[in-house]
Design a protein around this ligand. Structure first.
Ligand code: NAD
Length: 480
């Protein structure tokens, strides 16, 4: 299969197009390099019908067969990895290292999720009665995916849905549809028609999915604002929802750190994927005793080691902002910092004449706590550095947000690190490390960062309904 052309939807196992198309841009050049079908409402209806049809047999396919299909899907991704990685860099902008992590990570996630087994619990077993609680597949799933990790975040939904016995329809972000269309097309070699489909289109397609009466669950990753729309729309048909939403992750640095040694870790915590990462460190709270040292070590590390450019160039560490809408938002945060007179320790000026949507790595030097750059999620390579001196105060500041996705604490005093970590309101709290994920580790947000979780047995269960069966062993027999 060619990876760099012929982008089609997959509906009922067939390649499907539409005379209406949408452009896809290379963010490093701001130029259109592909077109994808813009699905109609009736094409979505066809996709849902096929998924419903396929659900009948897929839901009763033995779990070992479903696992084997996931493993073959993982093999196909690995066999085509070079082409997929090049395409991912071209449509998303991320450099090779990030593309490798995402593509091979996706294959690893498929295999690991395939090894999970839903428990069947016997809650009562006596001479009279047997009561069992088990998990049944929820039905047809709609997966709505963002543009920052388009492949991995689709796989985080596809793998558990298929293992639970559901069928699933993937709707990629209109900004990054290509890799998702290709991997779903590849998967048709190992899955029956209708089990895994992909439709491309704009935000309206997402709305049609959340309102569709025959979709049973929406697995959504995206912004908190869109998450609210999804939840409202799902209410009409009491759809199940898993929502993985925005974040404003704090990192707290204690006074005993070695600034120079820590600088690379803190840099990647904040700037991986050019800051377009739900779990980026978005507020860096540094103890006042080491504030200047940590700030200067960060500036030094970035200046000497990090280059921003086209992800297709071998020496690029950070790619461009993925799309013009996000570029505009990030420009707004720079303008707000300038108009309020906040100081930049590094960066601060965007060269708008650059070929792509490039933004320099920028550090804002101790802006006020109530500034937009501290309170909001910029989703770009700009990070506020903030001073703290009192432990209770910094914990309160870290928690003073509608978000609760991730957080981290850094220091040699492990007792203090753990003590502070336990008081942070976030779904994942990393202590002296960051961005460690696993298919066996539940991932989700507290507060307005989400609802439910992905990964682990808990994430798999989100694709199921609880079912309790009770058997009275004697009644009919004794009546007879
Ligand atoms: P977005 O909310 O704009 O879009 C996400 C998806 O929703 C896209 O596929 C889009 O087409 C679709 N959509 C838009 N409007 C819709 C509607 N009304 N109904 C249904 N679907 C609709 O988000 P984005 O800009 O693509 O992604 C960035 C955001 O995602 C950030 O806030 C980031 O923090 C968050 N994110 C969260 C996680 C997580 O796991 N918690 C992971 C990655 C990204």
């Amino acid at each position: 299969m060619k990876m760099d052309s012929d982008f089609v939807m997959t509906i009922n196992g067939q390649a499907v197009t539409n005379e209406n198309t949408q452009p896809v841009y290379n963010p490093a050049t701001r130029s259109v390099f592909a077109q994808v079908p813009d699905a109609s409402k009736s094409q979505l209806d066809d996709t849902v019908s096929a998924a419903r049809q396929a659900f009948g047999s897929w839901s009763v396919t033995p779990v070992e067969e479903r696992q084997a299909a996931l493993e073959r899907f993982a093999d196909l991704i690995e066999e085509n990895a070079e082409g997929i990685m090049a395409l991912l860099t071209r449509e998303q902008g991320k450099p090779r290292a990030g593309a490798e992590w995402e593509v091979f990570g996706s294959a690893a996630w498929l295999r690991a999720t395939g090894s999970l087994r839903l428990p069947e619990e016997t809650v009562d077993e006596t001479d009279e009665r047997r009561v069992i609680t088990r998990h049944t597949p929820v039905g047809v799933v709609g997966a709505i995916v963002p543009w920052n990790f388009p492949i991995l975040l689709a796989i985080w939904k596809i793998a558990p849905a298929l293992m639970a016995g559901c069928t699933i329809i993937v709707k990629p972000s209109p900004y990054t549809p290509l890799c998702d269309l290709k991997i779903v097309e590849l998967a048709q070699q190992v899955l029956p028609p209708g089990v895994l489909s992909a439709v491309s289109g704009g935000d309206d397609l997402g709305k049609w999915m959340t309102a569709h009466p025959d979709i049973n669950k929406i697995a959504f990753t995206g912004s908190t604002e869109t998450g609210r729309h999804v939840m409202r729309s799902a209410a009409d048909t009491i759809k199940r929802v898993t929502l993985e939403l925005g974040g404003n992750d704090p990192a707290i640095v204690l006074p005993d750190v070695d600034a120079k040694a820590l600088a690379p870790e803190l840099f990647w915590a904040a700037f991986q994927n050019s800051g377009q990462f739900c779990n980026s460190t978005k507020r860096l709270y540094i103890h006042e005793a080491v504030y200047d040292e940590v700030r200067d070590a960060l500036v030094d590390f970035i200046t000497n080691n990090i280059s921003v450019g086209d992800g297709a160039d071998a020496d690029t560490d950070l790619g461009p902002i993925q799309n013009s809408m996000q570029y505009g938002k990030v420009q707004g945060y720079f303008a707000d910092c300038h108009s309020n007179g906040y100081q930049f320790a590094l960066g601060g000026e965007i060269d708008e004449s650059a070929a792509g949507w490039f933004v320099p790595v920028s550090l804002v030097d101790n802006p006020p706590e109530d500034s937009r750059i501290v309170q909001e999620e910029p989703f770009g390579p700009i990070l506020p550095l903030l001073k703290w001196s009192d432990e209770a105060d910094v914990i309160a500041r870290a928690n003073d947000t509608i978000y609760g996705l991730g957080a981290s604490v850094w220091g040699k005093d492990l007792e203090a690190v753990e003590r502070i970590g336990r008081q942070l309101e976030a779904g994942t709290v990393w202590l002296n490390e960051v961005h460690q994920y696993s298919p066996f580790q539940a991932f989700g947000g507290h507060k307005q960062s989400g609802l439910g979780c992905e990964n682990s047995l808990h994430g798999l269960m989100e694709y199921t309904n609880w079912q309790t069966t009770t058997l009275n062993k004697n009644r009919i027999a004794s009546d007879g």
